[in-house]
Design a binder for this molecule. Structure first.
Ligand code: SME
Length: 150
């Protein structure tokens, strides 16, 4: 993966005149189509005042996990830890919400607005051990840059 190639297109999506929803959807579609081991890409955001995450835009198979309580699963843990969570093998996680037998690994990166954890980008992969530092840097970049239009 060449991060620079991906981030230049991401920059264009962010700078476009599209709505917030369209931009988030385009980012999901783009990442899923460009990175072979990104099989599901989605954004979750804090649901108002509630201690839960709500699914926003995503690319990939439909999921029943549209609401995730804080603390539950990989996503819910990131909502409270405020830290990246890289899971190279989901079978080793006790606190994990399965989105189907095909998913082997997952990466979740929090989104901060004025220092507050407001949501996250979540990626599921059908490949074991696919993620490197590069994925974290790419996704951190996206989570930082999108705050200009959130
Ligand atoms: N696996 C996630 C649930 C959300 S799906 O991956 C879309 C988790 O454990 O939080």
């Amino acid at each position: 993966m060449v991060i620079e190639n991906l981030t230049s297109k991401i920059d264009l999506i962010i700078a476009s005149q599209n709505s917030r929803e369209e931009k988030l959807q385009e980012i999901c579609n783009y990442l899923k189509s460009e990175v072979p081991y990104y099989d599901w890409v989605g954004f979750y955001f804090k649901n108002g005042d509630k201690e839960e995450l709500k699914l926003a835009q995503y690319a990939g198979e439909e999921t029943e996990h549209t609401i995730i309580p804080f603390g539950k699963g990989i996503c819910g843990q990131v909502a409270v830890s405020n830290e990246n969570f890289v899971v190279q093998d989901v079978s080793e996680q006790d606190n994990y919400i399965s989105c189907g037998w095909k998913v082997k690994s997952e990466i979740v990166i929090p989104i901060f607005m004025n220092g507050e954890n407001i949501g996250q980008i979540d990626i599921d992969s059908h490949t074991l051990n696919p993620f490197s530092e590069e994925d974290e840097r790419l996704l951190e970049y996206i989570c930082k840059e999108i705050t200009v239009f959130l």
